[in-house]
Design a protein around this ligand. Sequence first.
Ligand code: NAD
Length: 495
Amino acid sequence: MASTQWHERAASINMDGRAFIGGERVWSKSEQQFDNFSPIDGRKLGAVARCGAADVDAAVASARAAFEDRRWAGKSPAQRKRTLIKFADLILAHAEELALLETLDMGKPIKYSLSVDVPAAANCIRWYGEAVDKIYDEIAPTADNSLALITREPVGVVAAIVPWNYPMIMAAWKIAPALAAGNSVILKPSEKSPLTALRLAEIAIEAGLPPGVFNVVPGYGHEAGAALALHMDVDCIGFTGSTKVGKQILQMAGQSNLKRAWTELGGKSANIVCADCPDLDAAVSAAIGSIYFNQGESCNAPSRLFVEASIKDAFLEKAMAMMPRFQPGDPLDEATIMGAIVDATQMKTVMGYIEQGKQAGARLLFGGAAARAETGGFYVAPTLFDQVDSSMSIASEEIFGPVLSVLSFTDIKDAVRQANGTPYGLQAAVWTRDMTKAIQTARALRAGTVHVNQYDGDDITVPFGGYKQSGNGRDKSLHAFDKYTELKTTWIQIG
Ligand code: NAD
């Protein structure tokens, strides 16, 4: 579709910012709202319900009632499967509307909202729906006179608190396994990107999910989010966001009812390219493509690039040739591959780090400035720093923007030591044609995922999550069910 058509649709879009509780759209009990602005041009999209503790109480009560009367948990796995597959189908049927909301709300290019975010969210919901009637429980190998059944049961009321960088995908990674397992869910989207979550709740009802099973409470983290994390009747919290808030979530779980708390947190992923890399063009393309994808606002972005000194010049020459492609453009133009930063605050953070990089003596090779200021939106040019060292903040802290720091190495062991030298451990990569070196390096890297000779390999079948302060537990794959189920042992005396 031409960008003019997307703009026309954007101008007439029907945005409903009310919460979704008990199967109905409602304003917050306090009647408070907050304004939602688009980062693509600063336009006001509308007002959103500012949910607080009273609304969270209502959502939890609704979720609890739904769980207790087993209107969803009591359905057979095959019945839950049918509803979730219908939910996924309807998401795809609403693809253009959801993609437009996602782009307007958080600034990513419409090309990717359409081709990545919507299909990935639908696929995730379909996959857990399809999985749930294929999982068997266990019988333990106990003595002859007993039968010990080990069964999985839903945890109960699950709160999902998610960030703004992939609003629909992050929501799907939580709600799909939680709903498939039979839980009731309360989703708290980021205050920066609440729109698609609210539409997903309506679409779920259309698919046949009983009211009360899936509630959405938009609002601020310290209000709606904290109320969920502190709630005495929430059994489990699935959190994705910053390491700073992840620590608070764990504390709040401990302060309240010791709810199960799962965290998917920040990253500062290291991408190590050795001189014997099998395909330098592929390595450059993956390094550059992955860091600037989604405006650099990806938890697993390979933001630290370690290049072996003997190939660094050749690597950077190829990298520089790619950089202009990532100049930000109009997110509603399907040719655009880099869009707007989510808001003024995040842009200020990114620009602050760029300034720190310059001050610390890193060599700015490309970008380093704001862009498209005339639009009223928030854009940062793709930025490339060379001659970075691990002590600089641009190499040690998560920036969450389109900034790549290049470091060089001569000894792979030293590169691994530096790669492991941050509090994070989300992802890492190594490029080498020497499989022994690849495997040894992959084993030595303290990260939830290590890529070899590629970056961003991705599939719903593989777990996603971090070591160290990148969090605990795993999203995606069958392992996600571990977070949203309890294991029950039933001992039966048989003689
Ligand atoms: P954030 O931690 O500021 O917010 C995340 C969510 O938590 C939001 O919904 C927010 O409203 C809520 N929140 C904030 N304060 C809260 C509080 N006191 N109590 C309860 N909830 C609260 O993170 P963000 O800026 O939205 O997202 C960016 C971060 O998310 C980055 O660090 C990124 O790496 C991380 N992230 C991690 C993964 C992963 O899978 N590991 C995926 C995506 C993003």
